[in-house]
Each structure stands twice: as C-alpha cells, then as structure tokens.
Design a protein around this ligand. Structure first.
Ligand SMILES: CC(C)(COP(=O)(O)OP(=O)(O)OC[C@H]1O[C@@H](n2cnc3c(N)ncnc32)[C@H](O)[C@@H]1OP(=O)(O)O)[C@@H](O)C(=O)NCCC(=O)NCCS
Length: 178
C-alpha cells in the first residue's frame, strides 16, 4: 500500500495474526519495546481484538503490517487521532529480530510519518519511548523526531525503573526535509 525504500506498509490480513501473535509473545521483543509488562497473549484474544476493530470500522487508528522481502516482519500504527489539534501518536514493533538494526525501522517510521502528514494532514506526530531503548531512539532521531520531554522513573521495565521520553515531529519539520 505504501512503499518505503526497504519496507511496504500494508493492511493487516487475517493470515498475519499467528505471526503477530508470536511476536507479541516473544519476551525479548516485548521487553525491547517497553510498553506493558510481558503477558501471555492467546491467539484467540488477538483474533477477537481484530474482529472487534474491523467490525467497529471507523478511522480512529491506522494499523499497518510492515512487510520486507515478501514477509510480515512486524507492525506499526498511528493512533489516538486528536481531531482538533491534528496530533496523533505513533507506535512500531519489528517482531522479527533478524531485521533489527538494519534500517528497516527508520524506513517504516519515515513511511508512516509521510502517510500521516501527506494524507491525513496531521500537524504533529508524537511517540513515547523508554530511555533505555537506545536503538529505537536512534531510529526516531534519524527520521527527524526530537525529544520534547522526559518523565523521570515513570516506567517499570524488566526489574528497574526507567525514564519515559516523549519525542515529536512537527509538520514543518517533515516538510523541510523534502
Ligand atoms: C525500535 C525499532 C523499530 C527500530 O528499528 P530498527 O530497524 O531496529 O532500527 P534502525 O536500524 O533503523 O536504527 C537503529 C539505530 O540504533 C543503533 N543500534 C542498533 N542496535 C543497538 C543497540 N543494541 N543499542 C543501541 N543502539 C543500537 C543502530 O546503529 C542505529 O543507529 P545509527 O543509524 O545512528 O547507527 C526495532 O528495533 C524494534 O521494533 N524493536 C523492538 C520493539 C521496539 O523497541 N519498539 C519501539 C518502542 S518505542
């Protein structure tokens, strides 16, 4: 659907769910991404969530599978659209660890941000990331996100507190790159 340099962002298909569920149950992936503590996620639970969001319809969030070399390597999304401010949040997980650290993440984020500004007329995209997640922070910086704030010792992850960093990118910053 949307072509980056290395990845394609396309809609989630029913047949992607077992692999996405495998990623969600990979503790290393879950801990790398921060977020909620690792929790077992049965496949029917993920299927039910998808059924629910499909049947609800609407355009509250834009969920994509990240495809590379013809296979699903993870997912990314824009969500929590704030209609008045034209601001939304970005999230990404590359679940296939073979693809970490090779520029796939930044390509997916760049493609997703382009979608947000070009097609959804956003004013700003922001994201939250744990301070320990330097791989993610470097990828976000490479796309043009800047640190906007830091909540000290805000999250408990893998046995220790960590700071939560908010990063953002404004429309004019995206436009200046083009
Ligand atoms: C975060 C994520 C999307 C980044 O995608 P990626 O393809 O791995 O990242 P990129 O290759 O584009 O960039 C990674 C950067 O971190 C660096 N890096 C790689 N491994 C690293 C490590 N273990 N520690 C610190 N930096 C690292 C790379 O050198 C690169 O930086 P540079 O270009 O300045 O040299 C992906 O790793 C991922 O999904 N991880 C698990 C889930 C997660 O962390 N999600 C984000 C939650 S906010």
């Amino acid at each position: 659907m949307f072509q980056g340099e290395k990845v394609i962002l396309r809609p989630v298909r029913r047949e992607d769910l077992p692999l996405l569920n495998q990623f969600n149950n990979d503790v290393e992936v879950e801990l790398a991404g921060g977020g909620d503590p690792p929790m077992p996620q049965p496949l029917p639970m993920l299927e039910a969530e998808y059924e629910q969001s499909w049947s609800k319809g609407g355009r509250d969030s834009a969920n994509f599978v990240i495809e590379a070399d013809g296979k699903c390597i993870g997912g990314c999304a824009l969500f929590q659209f704030e209609a008045t401010a034209q601001v939304c949040e970005l999230g990404i997980t590359i679940g296939d660890k073979e693809y970490w650290g090779q520029g796939y993440g930044r390509d997916a984020v760049r493609t997703l941000v382009h979608y947000g500004f070009q097609y959804r007329n956003l004013h700003k995209v922001f994201l939250r990331v744990h301070a320990r997640n330097q791989r993610a922070i470097r990828a976000y910086r490479a796309v043009g996100f800047v640190e906007e704030g830091r909540l000290r010792a805000q999250v408990w992850s893998n046995g220790a507190y960590d700071d939560l960093i908010v990063m953002g990118m404004l429309r004019e910053e995206w436009a200046a790159q083009r």
